[in-house]
Design a binder for this molecule. Structure first.
Ligand SMILES: [Fe+2]
Length: 192
């Protein structure tokens, strides 16, 4: 089995094993990814490094998906300085881990009645670090590649197919936010 194949299968298996539980233990999933990514960081870089060299902008790659229990596993490539809008995850639970590079994640609490979002903190993720959220409707975040020079790679696990989500814009200085539907565009599939 090649290194790329081995890494892809290992990442998929960690995600699928944890997602078999009725309520996945995301902290435990994050620990398993963290120890695997620390132990095998050179192999991960070798297996997925080509995604950092493409220079085609922000890209999502499907690593694995399953209908029951529902789960999708993606790798995303972040150009230098790239930042997402504030966005939700369609009510799905999710985990996002850094494979290479460093990301800033700012989390928001959503109040659907007031159409407002409140920042509730920032975290910084280096290689092997992860953040996660439960499948609630009140969570949103925005993420940014902290490097001005290097493409970052991240791993994303969601409790379903995140084909659509909402991105939020704040048109003025008030607390009012406007939600716009977005489609997740997949650049391709990573095959083991
Ligand atoms: Fe996200």
């Amino acid at each position: 089995m090649g290194k790329r194949s081995s890494i892809i299968k290992t990442l998929r298996d960690i995600a699928f094993d944890h997602a078999d539980a009725p309520v996945p233990d995301l902290a435990s999933m994050a620990r398993d990814f963290g120890s695997m990514l620390h132990a095998r960081h050179a192999e991960v870089d070798e297996a997925l490094g080509a995604l950092r060299q493409r220079r085609r902008g922000f890209e999502r790659w499907m690593l694995a998906e399953r209908a029951t229990p529902a789960i999708s596993v993606l790798v995303m490539a972040w150009p230098p300085g790239y930042a997402t809008p504030v966005h939700d995850h369609g009510g799905l639970w999710g985990l996002e881990a850094t494979l290479s590079g460093a990301l800033e994640v700012e989390s928001f609490l959503k109040d659907p009645q007031l159409e407002s979002l409140r920042s509730i903190g920032r975290t910084w993720l280096g290689p092997g670090d992860a953040t996660w959220f439960e499948g609630t409707d009140d969570h949103a975040h925005r993420c940014r590649n902290l490097s001005r020079h290097d493409t970052a790679l991240t791993l994303h696990v969601y409790g379903g197919d995140l084909a659509q989500y909402l991105a939020y814009e704040q048109p003025g200085p008030s607390d009012h936010w406007i939600a716009r539907p977005r489609q997740s565009i997949i650049a391709g599939r990573l095959t083991a």
